[in-house]
Ligand binder design. Structure first.
Ligand code: ADP
Ligand code: MG
Length: 477
């Protein structure tokens, strides 16, 4: 039988406010355990939560960007459950009236663009962390994360393959980073997702029973976990069994999902409006201010980059996916007065790998867009070859000065003196008679070898194209 899978994602977007959602404690990642949880975060008697306005405005930004409705009045609710990393015994979340309702994201699929509907996005506080390593049979509790603001973005069950789920996740990831509401760091858990997966016979209108795969924190694992889960469910049904609604955990080491617990229903949580918090009100004035300060959104950026610059589709997509990278690109193109393709190559090649190597973000790059633009200028005006440019780039990276100073100080200027090049070519022709004969016999490829020898003899400072032409003319006469 032909099967179809159905996927709905619940993504937890950690909002990058300085302080927690209902307290003044810091949200900085990586502090010593339990140094950043105050009385409010752990629910000591007598304390009261106070709404962090910044988190509300961030939620509204996302709502506007996805074309959703921002509720002028939404309500916080208590979601009650017991767990050691939730000392209050309840999580403050939103239930009946979330801050954002509706909206959509468009994704690209093998069959063309598809619109994925978003059900809602609600604000809530994160729980602490249970630490199972390092404690020899005991569990450590770190409450630093308790009270960190989350925006949970819930999609309709519109996704039809693991690839579509990843495309949707990447789209949302790009969007929250462009909106500057989340740092998107998946290793640190700032962007994580639960995947709801079911299967049904192709053509069937009714949804099958779903399993919820918890806490997946990389694009690759999302894809693999869903693949595994689809196969598992199909096998269960084809064996005459039926899928149980439950929560499952993905194990990346074994590449499988395993049952964690039966799925709770909403009524198990005894949701009720939190009496400590007034309804959340967002004014028209606030929404207008957010609308007028909206940055260029990823889709619009891609369209503009692709039409205003000469770029391959792949490069345009990569640049548009990261607004800081795109800004860097546009500044460098301005500094070089064009050369967009070459600049994109440098940014996505040498610069990105140097940044990755040192775990730096583009905003921390020691090579500025102006420097890169100037470097490109010096390739264009034949001051240096592309190969020497890589050496200059290395020096720029290490902070050894400006482009022209580095070229001057180290005598890297391309040899334009044709006598000097001619002499180097003659020397190589004398030194490699058998390769010369091969070229004369029509083996064009061997010219590359001779050019290489001349470049070596001139420490890379000859213009390779000029050398190539000269060798050809000398050997054809
Ligand atoms: P909860 O998981 O909190 O009970 P919902 O019932 O609203 O919340 O569903 C959460 C997610 O599960 C949504 O993304 C929704 O699209 C998805 N979903 C619901 N039913 C199915 C199904 N049968 N198959 C796949 N996904 C589903
Ligand atoms: Mg859920």
């Amino acid at each position: 039988m032909a099967w179809e899978c159905v996927i709905g994602l619940e993504v937890h977007v950690q909002l990058k406010t300085k302080s927690k959602i209902f307290s003044g404690a810091s949200t900085t990642f990586g502090a010593d355990a339990n140094t950043q949880a105050c009385g409010v975060d752990i629910g000591l008697p007598g304390v009261l939560p106070v709404m962090n306005r910044e988190a509300v405005l961030m939620a509204a930004r996302l709502g506007i960007a996805i074309g959703g409705t921002i509720n002028e009045l939404s309500v916080f609710a208590r979601k009650n459950y017991f767990y050691p990393d939730l000392p209050k015994g309840y999580q403050i979340s939103q239930f009946e009236i979330p801050v954002v309702e509706g909206g959509q994201l468009e994704i690209q699929t093998a069959k063309g663009p598809r619109t994925i509907r978003i059900t809602r996005a609600h604000l809530e506080e994160d729980a602490g962390k249970s630490l199972h390593e390092d404690f020899h049979g005991l569990t450590g509790i770190d409450l630093n994360r308790a009270g960190t603001p989350l925006l949970e973005v819930v999609s309709e069950p519109d996704l039809r393959s693991p690839e579509e789920a990843v495309a949707y996740l990447k789209k949302l990831h790009t969007l929250v980073r462009t909106l500057k509401i989340c740092d998107g760091n998946m290793q640190e858990g700032s962007f994580r997702c639960d995947a709801n997966v079911s299967v049904r016979p192709k053509g069937e209108a009714q949804l099958g029973t779903r399993a919820e795969l918890k806490n997946i924190n990389s694009f690759r694992f999302v894809e693999r976990a869903i693949y595994f889960e689809i196969d598992r469910q199909i096998a269960v049904i084809e064996d005459g069994g039926s899928v149980v609604q439950e929560t499952r955990l993905y194990d990346p080491d074994k590449d499988l999902t395993r049952s964690m617990r039966g799925k709770e229903e909403a009524h198990d949580y005894r949701y009720f409006p939190d009496p400590d918090l007034p309804p959340l009100v967002i004014t028209k004035k606030e929404l207008d201010a957010i609308r007028s300060a909206m940055p260029e959104l990823p889709d619009a950026k891609l369209t503009r980059l692709a039409s205003s610059y000469e770029l391959s589709d792949g490069d345009a997509t990569l640049l548009a996916a990261d607004s800081d990278l795109a800004n860097f690109f546009e500044e460098a193109v301005r500094a070089a007065n064009g050369e967009s393709r070459l600049i994109a190559n440098w940014i996505l090649g040498d610069l990105s790998s140097a940044l990755n190597r040192e775990s730096l973000s583009i905003s921390e790059s020691p090579v500025s867009p102006e420097m890169l633009g100037q470097l490109i200028n010096r390739i264009k005006d034949n001051t240096i070859s592309g190969k020497i440019a890589k050496q200059v780039f290395g020096d720029l990276w290490q902070g050894k000065g400006q482009v022209d100073d580095i070229i001057q100080d180290q005598g890297l200027t391309q040899i334009t003196d044709s006598d000097a090049i001619s002499k180097a070519v003659d020397d190589v022709i004398t030194a490699f008679p058998s390769q010369v004969n091969q070229v004369r016999a029509g083996e064009e490829k061997v010219i590359g070898f001779l050019v290489g020898q001349v470049m070596k003899a001139t420490s890379g400072k000859a213009n390779p194209q000029a050398v190539n032409n000269l060798i050809k003319s000398k050997l054809s006469s």
